[in-house]
Design a protein around this ligand. Structure first.
Ligand code: UDP
Ligand code: MG
Length: 315
């Protein structure tokens, strides 16, 4: 049985060598056959050179380097496409996903689980991020068709058939948390203590997180569109009732002119609602736009994995 470890790396020169030592020793201890698939996501520092050095020294090391930064989702996809193992473990390069847990994952996989998911506690995270995340998952699980869990990231083991299933989903806007959940198969989760990043810094800015959150919300359902429709219906029926009441009142008591402020507030509020709804529709249209272009998810600049993988699945 061959295990593939897929590692997306973006500007990780400070830690990648140490990561490599850790994984190779941990996996050596487990006495399993393994390969390491590093995906250099267009790093601007020395990450690629370090990977090339390791690859030259060790035939188990494979790397794929992108022509520019395409994002972690694209990097994971590339890793999954290049991985040849019977099981694949996705892991961050910053040692926040402790390599010692791979043994645990393999045990659970042997019990028959296709997806073994490591769920991190949030100790050591900034309080604001923890609270925001918690609120976000509460909201999103009411909306999205798949179950998403707080603390569950990309650190997981996938069986070969789960990997094939993930590769079947060729959408351009990739929201892995949703994709993994959508794929299904017997899945189990175990908890591990959060580790803070030792070197380098997290590439997640607040803005990136916000956009990621919106992706999650919009990639996996069309319920926001339905909600927009409901809101529109509520507003229209309220307006109709109010109109009936005004007309009745005018017929019984005559017309009086005050109500300027009410009018203004109503007009701006409705304009605001319409803008939001338009924006919402725009989001979906934008997604459709990217999907229909069918552009590749990434472009490869350098690799030692031999033949170019399918960048696009056969139709
Ligand atoms: N990463 C990537 N491309 C990006 C951003 C991040 O491949 O555009 C990789 C990064 O090198 C790391 C993993 O994704 O291996 C997680 O990134 P990070 O530690 O910055 O995120 P966090 O742990 O804060 O969620
Ligand atoms: Mg990290």
């Amino acid at each position: 049985m061959l295990i593939s470890i897929v590692v997306p790396c973006f500007d990780e020169e400070e830690i990648i060598a140490r990561f490599h030592e850790h994984v190779t020793t941990e996996l050596g201890r487990l006495a399993v056959d393994f390969e390491l698939v590093y995906v250099d996501d267009g790093s601007r520092d020395g990450t690629l050179e370090i990977l090339q050095e390791r690859a030259a020294a060790d035939p188990r090391v494979r790397y794929v380097s992108f022509s520019r930064n395409f994002g972690k989702e694209a990097a994971m996809l590339a890793g999954l496409r290049h991985a040849t193992g019977d099981a694949v473990v996705l892991m961050d390069a910053d040692l926040q996903h402790p390599p010692r847990l791979v043994g645990r994952m393999l045990e659970l996989h042997a019990e028959g689980y296709d997806q073994v998911v490591a769920r991190r506690t949030r100790d050591g995270d900034r309080v604001t991020r923890t609270l925001l995340a918690r609120g976000y998952y509460r909201v999103i699980n009411r909306l999205v068709d798949v179950e998403l869990t707080d603390g569950v990231g990309d650190f997981r083991l996938l069986s070969r058939r789960a990997v094939e299933a993930v590769l079947e989903l060729t959408e351009y806007n990739r929201f892995s948390k949703g994709i993994f959940a959508w794929v299904g198969f017997p899945t189990t989760t175990f908890e591990y203590r959060n580790e803070t990043r030792e070197q380098g810094r997290s590439k997640w800015t607040f803005r990136k997180l916000l956009n990621y959150g919106l992706d999650g919300l919009l990639s996996f359902n069309d319920k926001p569109l339905r909600a927009a429709l409901h809101l529109g219906l509520v507003l229209v029926s309220t307006a109709a009732l109010y109109a009936a009441w005004i007309v009745g009142d005018a017929l019984l008591n005559g017309v009086d002119t005050p109500g300027y402020v009410t009018l203004l507030v109503a007009v701006t509020a409705l304009a605001g609602v319409q803008m939001v709804m338009l924006g919402l529709i725009g989001e979906y249209v934008g997604r459709i736009y990217y999907e229909v272009k069918r552009r590749p998810h990434f472009l490869v600049k350098a690799t030692n994995t031999g033949a170019a993988p399918r960048t696009r699945p056969s139709p």
